[in-house]
Design a protein around this ligand. Structure first.
Ligand SMILES: Nc1ncnc2c1ncn2[C@@H]1O[C@H](COP(=O)(O)OP(=O)(O)OP(=O)(O)O)[C@@H](O)[C@H]1O
Ligand SMILES: [Mg+2]
Length: 205
């Protein structure tokens, strides 16, 4: 299965993806945990360009192309081989981030974004997408308190992050068979319990 984590900044994607990977490994599964942008040597270089807060003049379509370049590399080099080898793949963000951030957040044409996404992924969709839902300001507050890197996307206006959150909820509504929205405004342990239950249910089904 390809399981992806989505949701606004600071919603807990990285935390939950790690916890789920450890859990599935303990259950005897072979697990590949990866992330976007990045996850490959080429993709990690692209990630640095995308996240650098100094790159304030980056154009919206440049941003799309860079995320897509990282994604194309990740799908070909990591995700497809792992799935072919029967492994469980957990990805911390995937193409829905492009639809939410560049589509709903920046207002780029969604149909064009879907086309580029198809090219980058060869049409590989997740089996399950967990949307960790939290109010934009709550997530950003966590990011500030956590003291991690403050990247180019974090510094966008609150209104942008609100559009991203609303976009995620709309995307989830459009494809209810693939998405599950999880209330992420709870302790990491509580969220993880819910995530495990949902993933177990999907693996058995
Ligand atoms: N349920 C939670 N309650 C409180 N704090 C949390 C919770 N989950 C994660 N955190 C903390 O909030 C911060 C952001 O969490 P995390 O990095 O997992 O979010 P993220 O969704 O991956 O963020 P980003 O979108 O920036 O990658 C971290 O400092 C993390 O330790
Ligand atoms: Mg993260």
């Amino acid at each position: 299965m390809l399981i992806t984590f989505e949701g606004p900044e600071g919603s807990g994607k990285t935390t939950q993806a790690h916890l789920l990977a450890e859990y599935l490994q303990r259950q005897g599964e072979q697990v590949v945990l990866t992330r976007e942008p990045g996850g490959t040597p080429i993709g990690d270089l692209v990630r640095d360009i995308l996240h650098d807060p100094l790159h304030k003049d980056m154009q919206a379509w440049t941003e799309v192309m860079l995320y897509s370049a990282s994604r194309a590399q990740l799908v070909a080099q990591v995700i497809r081989p792992a799935l072919a080898a029967g492994k469980q793949v957990i990805c911390d963000r995937y193409y829905d981030s492009t639809l939410a951030y560049q589509g709903y957040g920046r207002g780029l044409d969604l149909a064009a974004l879907v086309s580029i996404t198809q090219l980058a992924t060869g049409g590989l969709a997740p089996d399950l997408t967990l949307c960790l839902d939290i109010a934009a300001e709550r997530g950003l507050q966590r990011r500030l308190l956590g003291g991690g890197e403050w990247n180019r996307m974090d510094q966008e206006a609150l209104a942008f992050h609100r559009r991203v959150r609303a976009g995620y909820l709309e995307l989830a509504g459009l494809e209810p068979a693939r998405w599950i929205v999880v209330d992420a405004d709870r302790s990491a342990g509580e969220v993880q319990e819910m995530v495990r239950r949902l993933v177990a249910g999907r693996m058995q089904g």
